[in-house]
Design a protein around this ligand. Sequence first.
Ligand SMILES: [Zn+2]
Ligand SMILES: [Zn+2]
Length: 372
Amino acid sequence: MKIKAAVLNGLHQPYEIEELELSEIRDDEVLVRIVASGMCHSDDVVRQGYTEYQMPIVLGHEGSGIIDKVGKNVVGYEPGDHVVISFAYCGHCDSCLTGLPASCDDWNHLNFHGKRKDDTPYLTKSDGTPVTRFFGQSSFSTFAVVSPSSLTKVDKSVDLRLVGPFGCGFLTGSGTVFNGLRPEPGSTIAIFGTGAVGLAAMMAAKISGCTKVIAVDIHDHRLELAKELGATHTINSKNADVKEAILELTHGKGVNYSVDTTGVNAVVRNSIDVLAVGGSVAPVAAAREMEINTTNDFTMQNRNLVGARMGKAVPQLSIRQMVDFYKAGNFGFDKLAKFYTFDKINEAAEESLSGKVIKPILIMDETYAPEA
Ligand SMILES: [Zn+2]
Ligand SMILES: [Zn+2]
């Protein structure tokens, strides 16, 4: 079928909206009409060439939409279902069976191979050039063929335009706290970086009952928003000594938990140094190599370093949970979002990169309106 997609034809190029051919679904696949898609930094990472992909490619991995067609072996989904699209996983390897589907044995193939296992492409140009699929979805598009393992159903009263980012950025941020760190009520936490991932982590910390939720960033306007969303304290690390400020807020002890969402070595360093005895740090962002002293930084302080890939989340469980928190008024992520029509994708990418907008969301289906 013919679809419209934002194609990246080469590194550092702008997105170009083109008509592409999307392959028919197979028996174990689902066709989703995309209503909206969040833009995430991982999309831009590809555009800037930090990870290598075969171009042309259609990016986008925070899609939400309405199921159009279901393969005959797919159970539990039908046309008309409203869905959020997250990563794909096999469902039967050891990682999947132990609740860590983001570490699925088949993860790379299912999400990043860009074609089917038999090497047939999902997307092609009119001249036959294959176009790489991204993150198991390629949601910068009017339609996507996906695995049912990527799908989470949401009820029709939920505004589909808002929930795409539940599939990646918000999933990672909230899951790092809920599933990775698991702070107990009354504990303290510092979140470094207040982008989409950091703010989701912060909201999760608040929900978990942390009494001090300290947001650290270098942008005052972001820290203001952090306060609105539940940070009890904010620190602008440009004009304050972060370690001193956090010690002061925690009776000289340090925080019980910290999350780094920046990947900047000096900030990761701070996220370790501000921990109390017995504290745990979760580094989320892709970081460069850095030196730590395992004895002094961790062993002697009984501290822990916690890995939580994609927030250790099972998307179907975590996304439903986030929707419920949102409905209950505890997860005000809509304050981070700005809508753009699909043709404004390059503007959206720019405003995201400059830090002006935290979570740009592209609207592919302008006729969509949430059910009352
Ligand atoms: Zn992402
Ligand atoms: Zn698996």
